[in-house]
Write a protein that binds this ligand. Structure first.
Ligand code: BGC
Length: 426
């Protein structure tokens, strides 16, 4: 009984201490809490920006680019063929051989290989990047015994591109996420890839069709579910695409049917329209990123940045003596050390607190149980804000489709992909 009483007292003290500290902590977390009213405002601003991006002349200056993709329909499930595919711009660079077979009803066969892209290539020259991609593809073709064949290639290139057709010119508007190769912005990416393959001369490809990852996600989801007309990525970066009425796509000729629009919503706020919801931490993340001033919305949402926001908040709380008895470790002082995957691990319903303890120890911090709980609270706050902003933006798209079609209700499927979406427990 005595032991039991002692234990209850211990947890009682712990809970009281946590409640007391978290009330002070909330002062710093409050700017991350977005009310439903604020989210509705954000959604209304995005709605206006989307309309602006679709316009014929205003789109050059628009923060939300609304890029025509020249994809005019979602798949109907009868597609077949033998293809190569490249996937560049997410957590991993992948090369794939995809066979879509009619006989085995909607069956896909895929062989794939992941290739590392070293940091020096991500920040090197365009020629080095495309030579590296062509070399990875060559190695993969060897391993699959495919060098003798000339297959068409699908290129998922997850950056904003101005396209002229799906298999023609694809001009990179700007690098995002961790990439910044010289001599590629403003150039035709398909051409650069083909040139790198020709430089090698050990294999060839037929046509190249280029899509954004949101479009690839919508299409592959739509292959099985024809009601899928929205694709969304919450991974290293964030973005969404959807099927828009051709008559609203002022930059492309023709009025009939629909076209998939790559919204590039990551750029939302680049004209200052999100200033009221940016926190001091978001501003530091932007200033210290490799692309300051751009992709404001993305920097509040995606995997490339969430961990760093958490680290900055933890630093602030430590300075204010609300964490780790006011003592930060060298690791906590170092940008990039709090990885976004730690947020998912710490928020795991069962093992979360144990994971938090391990992570804090690895970061060289001297923590107690209250610290571990406060860290979890910080993670939850940052990831909830990310989820809410995505939900608000997704609602904007769904409402637009609804209004476009004059429907009272919309039943649709959203194809979603990306490491943050897949790995986060909630
Ligand atoms: C890119 C988008 C891409 C998204 C998700 C963003 O940084 O600009 O084109 O779809 O990341 O990968």
């Amino acid at each position: 009984v005595k032991e039991h009483l002692c234990l209850s007292l211990f947890f009682g003290v712990l809970v009281t201490k946590f409640v007391c500290i978290s009330m002070q902590v909330m002062k710093y977390l409050e700017p991350f809490l977005l009310s439903l009213e604020k989210l509705n405002e954000v959604s209304a601003r995005l709605r206006k920006d989307m309309i602006r991006g679709l316009e014929k002349h205003a789109h050059h200056r628009a923060a939300v680019k609304m890029l025509p993709t020249f994809v005019r329909a979602t798949p109907d499930g009868t597609e077949k063929g033998d293809f190569l595919a490249l996937d560049l711009g997410g957590t991993n660079f992948r090369v794939l051989h995809v066979r879509v077979m009619e006989e085995e009803q909607k069956m896909l066969k895929m062989d794939s290989q992941i290739c590392a892209i070293p940091q020096e290539i991500m920040l090197g020259t365009g020629e080095q990047l495309f030579d590296h991609i062509a070399a990875c593809l060559s190695e993969f073709l060897d391993s699959q015994n495919l060098k003798g064949q000339t297959l068409p290639l699908g290129f998922t290139f997850s950056f904003p591109c101005e396209q002229k057709e799906i298999d023609k010119q694809s001009i990179l508007i700007r690098w995002t996420k961790g990439f910044n190769c010289s001599g590629v912005e403003g150039e035709d990416v398909v051409k650069l890839l083909k040139e790198a393959i020709h430089r090698r001369g050990d294999y060839d490809i037929s046509s190249v069709a280029m899509v954004n990852d949101t479009v690839g996600t919508m299409m592959s989801c739509g292959y099985r579910d024809q009601t899928c007309e929205i694709g969304m990525i919450i991974g290293t970066g964030t973005n969404a695409c959807y099927m828009e009425e051709m008559k609203n796509v002022k930059r492309v000729e023709g009025e009939d049917g629909r076209m998939c629009i790559n919204t590039e919503w990551g750029g939302f706020g680049d004209d200052g329209s999100l200033e009221d919801i940016l926190t001091e931490f978001d501003k530091v993340v932007d200033r210290t990123s490799i692309n300051p001033g751009v992709h404001t919305f993305e920097k509040m949402i995606s995997g490339m940045y969430l961990g760093e926001i958490v680290r900055l908040v933890l630093m602030k709380l430590t300075e204010k003596k609300l964490l780790f008895k006011g003592e930060a470790s060298e690791a906590l002082h170092t940008p990039g050390t709090f990885e976004t995957k730690f947020i998912s691990m710490i928020e795991e319903p069962d093992s979360g607190l144990e994971n938090a303890k391990k992570i804090l120890t690895e970061l060289g911090l001297r923590w107690d149980l209250v610290d571990a709980r406060v860290v979890r609270l910080v993670c939850e706050t940052i990831s909830s804000r990310s989820a809410r902003l995505c939900a608000a933006a997704l609602a904007t798209i769904a409402n637009r489709i609804l209004a476009n079609r004059g429907l009272p209700h919309l039943k649709t499927t959203v194809g979603v992909d990306g490491t943050v979406y897949k790995k986060h427990p909630k």
